[in-house]
Design a protein around this ligand. Sequence first.
Ligand code: GDP
Ligand code: MG
Length: 149
Amino acid sequence: MEQTYIMIKPDAVQRGLMGEIISRIEKRGLKIAAMRLGVMSEESAKEHYEEHVERPFFASLIEYVTSGPSVSLVVEGKNAIAIMRAVNGATNPVDALPGTIRGDFAVETGRNVVHASDSTESAQREIAIHFKDSEIVNYTKIDEVCLYE
Ligand code: GDP
Ligand code: MG
C-alpha cells in the first residue's frame, strides 16, 4: 500500500469544494489515513515547495497556499500516488481533462485547487512535513475486500 500527501488548497476551501474533493477520493476507493483543516505556515509552505524556490511564481505560490485554510490529507491505497495525480489532472487546468478535479473546477495554474505528491520520495517527504506519525491512523476499511483482488 502507498501513502500520498494531498492538499485541498485555500481556493477550494473558499469555494465550498472540500466535500466534493474528499468524496471523489473516497469513491475512487482510496482511504483517508489523516486529515486536518488549518492555515499552512509560511515555513511549511516553503519547505513543501522547495523544489520551486528559483521559479518566478514561487512568492505568489507561497502567498496562495498560506492565504487561508487548506485541508491536508494522507491518502492511502494501492498505487495511491499515481491514482491521485490522475484524479487531480494536469497542473495547468487548460490541459486537465473533464472528469478530473482540475478539469472540472479550475481555470488557471495559479488557482488549481489541489495538490498531490508526484513520487514515492515526494510523498514521504511531504507527509513528514505536514503530519506527525501519531496523526496518521492505521485502520482497515470494509470495502478493501471488494476493491482488491
Ligand atoms: P503540481 O505538482 O501539478 O501541483 O505542479 P508543479 O509541481 O509543477 O507546481 C506546483 C504548483 O505551483 C502548481 O500546482 C501551481 O499551484 C503552481 N504553479 C506551477 N506553475 C505555475 C505558473 O507558471 N504560474 C503560477 N502562478 N503558479 C504555478
Ligand atoms: Mg508538484
